[in-house]
Every structure is written in C-alpha cells, then in structure tokens.
Write a protein of this length. Structure first.
Length: 310
C-alpha cells in the first residue's frame, strides 16, 4: 500500500516493505520508533542515501514517503513476502530480526538482514534517524476491484500515501491533491457528481493517539466535527463515519477495542442516541458487528441490494 500510494509500479515477484526511521540509543535499543516524527524535508535525503546499498542478485529501490516513512522494494528471483516485521512495537528494546514465515521467503529475510546491516552503517551519524525498522513485507496482491465486488465507481480523497495506495490497490480513483481536511472536502464537493462512493481519509486522530497526546487528539476530532456540515450539505444517501482500528492515547498504539461506527441514511432505523462516541456506540442500533459487513449495510441503506428474503 505504501509503495503503490507513492506511484511506484510494482511488478510480479517484487517484495515491498514499509519502513520507519527510528532512533537507536548507545546500547542498541530503540528510544523513538518514529525518529521524533522527523519532517519529510529532513527524512527524504536520508532515505535517498540508502540507495547506496548494494546486494548481489537483487535490485533495490528506496523511495521517500512522508515524515518518518519510506519504502524499500526488492526485485529479483526467489523472493517471497512472508517475513515478520522488525519493529518490536515498543521502546527500550532492540529491533527484531527479519524472520521468514515460509521457505519461499527465506531469501527475502536474508536480503533484508543485509540491507539493515548496511543501513546501520550509513545512518549511524544521524542525530535522530540513525536506524530503521521494516514493517509489512508484502508481494503485490491479486484481488478484484471495488467496482467488481460492489458495483460502485469509487473515489479516494486522502493525504497520507499509504491510504492512497490502499485505494489504488482496490481500484478506487485517486482524486484531487489536498494537504488539509478542508482541501479534501473542497475536492469532494468538486467531484461529487462523478462517483458513487467516496473514501475520505483523515489520518491525524490516529497519529495523535499513537503519540499519547490526548489534548491534540481531541482537537483533531473537533476538526472533523467542524467540517461535517459541509459534507452533510451534499446530501449523501448514506454517510458513514468510522476508522480501521481504535488508537487510545492511553495505550499510545492500536488496540482491541471495538471501533465506533456511525451510519446515517433516510431508511436506517434510528436509535435513542444523539451523540456519536465510544459510550453511545456500546448500545447503539448497529450493535457490534464484524467490519466486513459494513459495506453490505451501506449498500442496503442505499437501496442498492435486492429485497431481503422471499
């Protein structure tokens, strides 16, 4: 998703890896998993410097993404995508080694190990981004498009490259060029009549949760609240507000908690609640359900499915 989101043309057999710059202390332990959320301007030349890494038998591509993120792509024979992440998901411990989960991915793990070794040498003089972790090894997937599955022409309006990549992989059209939430809604208004479904993604309620910054997360949620009247003014047949996971500031990471989901339409059955939050959603009319059913609920509420039953 990260590679596709920046426009990298993956080929069959490529293995792409989402990487995070991190900060390593003198003892070899991670002190900051995101290198202080280093700016894109500072991180890009550091990522480009890793293009100096050479490993026999493998072509290597290194591309900057955004802030602490960059992409590495291995291209060569005999590479599999089943390799464990090297990010331990905590600080105070060393990075993990890349370990293959199947026989076909052993070469990939060996190449990744050598890449990390050389990267450590190249980055050791950096004040913040003096190492990196590798997250989400993956070969290019083969999947049906969003339109083939749901019969909808879909558009994606996102700022962060990973979510543009996700949208592209499932056949959504990436529309507009926005850097703020207000600009994203500007794009939505312009293309409203051109598509059937819109995926509008807002990253920063997640990143502030990961940083453990409760007050800033509240401000980000309030940003979304403030923009909603503009979206409602477009009169969507179905409006959904949700996320892909919970990220409590208390835990500074993704969690197991059910994800609050709001679905509004002219034919949905209303419940007693007049607020949308974790507490009201516990007893909300949608109940608890697996996320895979959300699109079916959306299609039903949009009148795009046949009648229920005989």
């Amino acid at each position: 998703m990260e590679a596709t989101g920046i426009g990298f043309a993956l080929q069959a057999g490529d293995v792409a890896i989402r990487c995070n710059f991190c900060t390593i202390g003198p003892a070899g332990n991670i002190t900051d998993r995101r290198a202080g959320r280093i700016s894109s301007e500072d991180s890009a030349p550091i990522a480009i410097s890793l293009r100096a890494i050479k490993i026999p038998g493998v072509e290597i591509f290194v591309e900057p993404v955004k802030e602490h993120r960059f992409v590495v792509v291995f291209r060569g024979a005999g590479l599999g995508g089943e390799v464990n992440d090297t990010d331990p998901q905590t600080t105070g411990v060393p990075p993990l080694l890349p370990v293959a989960r199947d026989e076909a991915s052993k070469k990939t793990a060996e190449v990744a190990t050598e890449f990390l070794r050389q990267a450590g040498e190249l980055l050791k003089g950096q004040p913040k981004a003096n190492f990196h972790t590798m997250r989400g090894f993956a070969a290019k997937p083969d999947m049906p498009s969003f339109e083939e599955v749901y019969g909808l022409r879909a558009a994606a309006i996102a700022v962060y490259p990973m979510y543009k990549g996700l949208a592209h992989l499932v056949g959504m059209k990436i529309v507009g060029s926005a850097s703020t939430l207000a600009e994203q809604v500007d794009v939505l208004e312009k293309v409203w009549n051109d598509y059937d479904f819109f995926f509008l993604h807002f990253k920063y309620t997640d990143s502030t949760g990961e940083d453990g910054n409760f007050d800033e997360k509240v401000k980000r949620i309030e940003q979304v609240d403030a923009i909603m009247p503009r979206i409602e003014k477009l009169s969507p047949t179905v409006l959904i507000v949700t996320g892909d996971h919970s990220t409590p500031s208390y835990l500074k990471g993704h969690s197991w908690h059910p994800v609050p989901t709001l679905l509004a339409s002219d034919c949905c059955r209303p419940d007693p609640h007049t607020a949308f939050n974790e507490t009201t959603c516990i007893t909300g009319g949608l109940g608890q359900f697996e996320a895979k059913y959300l699109m079916l609920l959306a299609l039903s509420n949009a009148g795009r499915l046949g009648k229920f039953g005989a």
